[in-house]
Design a protein around this ligand. Structure first.
Ligand code: AMP
Length: 375
């Protein structure tokens, strides 16, 4: 297995908060960083040694990143396939581009999972108005239509609750001009995620299962350990490892799942990178997801992922930032603040998060409530 030793340079495609936190973790280990992002002084650029300021599709910039790096990783999925192939031919990209291609498109992602016997919500590919009617006939109300590509945080998603809402979906399909999928609406008791790290030698390790609470389709809280039975926890880990192994993931892969009301696990979505629902690991695990990602792509042994304390991670969106800054003196001393250095604060933009550590969830929930930041 190729080993990229500390002192080497890691190139990161994308300058957002995930790249920033990879860089901070890697700098502690003695790695150097270079990032490519169109926004000057990006969150990752602030933590890296150097930033190439260019669009992601600029092939010369991708070449420059590849020429300056001993190993390349990315912090978002929508990497252009031409760029991915330049990076792969010019530098060392242990994650490859195959998994990227799969996770860039929900149809490919769900079909691949299905063909590997990983349980997913029943779905149909939607290319025409007729397909929408067929899918509604099959799944009944409510059902969920999603764009095959480019959606995030609930964008590009339509829940069809009754007959009257079908025209909205038809309009959305016509207007967007992209393929969609329709999914059966899953009655879930919990949303869970498991992050798996896998290195080039095939060694794989899971992080503790997170229970995720979304508000308006955006992650609000991750509660760890998830409040589920031991059997459900084992099942979630088995499914996550199966996904990582069958897709031959290298680096991190985050697996978002539904725990249905009948106790079954269905995989909803994959992300081949560090994930918001794994930010708790920065303060609560022996090894953080960011350090683990570096270990995995650099050919180092994977670190211990033991959870050291119950924890609740709460996201700070644009609308919360002012209150957080006003209440710095009221944060519990066991709360760890992480801000991403973004210049512009906008509604629903992820600006940072707080990891609340505590001995019990009751205590931590009470601390969060008393702050009155998120109500
Ligand atoms: P996604 O973009 O697929 O991660 O969906 C965003 C959120 O929408 C999920 O976290 C769920 O809360 C909800 N959601 C997505 N798909 C379904 C589904 N098939 N059934 C019920 N809720 C869903």
């Amino acid at each position: 297995m190729k080993v990229i030793k500390p002192g080497s340079t890691i190139g990161i495609l994308g300058g957002g908060q995930l790249g920033r936190m990879i860089s901070i973790a890697g700098r502690n280990m003695g790695y150097r960083f270079i990032t490519l992002d169109p926004t000057p002084d990006s969150p990752c650029g602030q933590a890296a040694d150097r930033q190439i300021i260019a669009s992601f599709s600029e092939l010369n910039a991708a070449k420059e990143l590849a020429n300056s790096s001993d190993v390349i990783t990315y912090e978002f999925e929508n990497v252009d396939s031409d760029v991915a192939s330049i990076l792969e031919t010019t530098s060392f990209v242990p994650q490859g581009s195959e998994l990227l291609k799969i996770t860039q498109n929900r149809i490919r992602e769900k079909s691949t999972l299905q063909s590997n016997d990983v349980p997913v919500a029943p779905f149909m590919v939607i290319q025409s108005e007729k397909d929408i009617h067929r899918a509604v006939d099959r799944f009944g109300f409510p059902c969920v239509m999603k764009t095959a590509t480019g959606g995030y945080d609930g964008k590009g998603q339509w829940v069809i609750r009754e007959k009257d809402q079908i025209p909205i979906a038809v309009e959305a399909l016509k207007h967007s001009g992209v393929e969609m999928i329709m999914e059966q609406f899953i009655s879930f008791s919990k949303e869970l995620s498991v992050i798996v790290a896998r290195n080039l030698a095939g060694q794989a390790k899971t992080f503790p299962v997170a229970e995720n609470i979304h508000i308006n389709n955006i992650l609000h809280q991750s509660i760890v350990p998830a409040r589920i039975t031991e059997e459900q926890r084992k099942q979630a880990e088995i499914v996550a490892l199966k996904v990582a192994e069958s897709l031959k993931a290298v680096g991190l892969i985050a697996i978002e799942m539904f725990l249905t009301n009948d106790g079954a696990i269905l995989v909803n979505e994959l992300a081949p990178r560090p994930h918001n629902s794994g930010h708790y690991s920065m303060d609560a695990c022996v090894t953080s997801q960011f350090e683990q990602h570096i270990r995995a792509i650099c050919g180092l042994p994977l670190g211990d992922t033991t959870l050291l304390s119950p924890i609740i991670m709460v996201n700070i969106l644009g609308q919360h930032l002012g209150k957080v800054l006003d209440k710095l003196d009221r944060l519990p001393t066991t709360a760890k603040l992480h801000l991403y250095g973004k210049k512009e604060s906008k509604e629903n933009r992820k600006m940072g998060h707080i990891n609340f550590l505590g001995s019990s969830f009751e205590q931590v929930f009470q601390q969060i409530e008393e702050l009155k930041i998120w109500d």
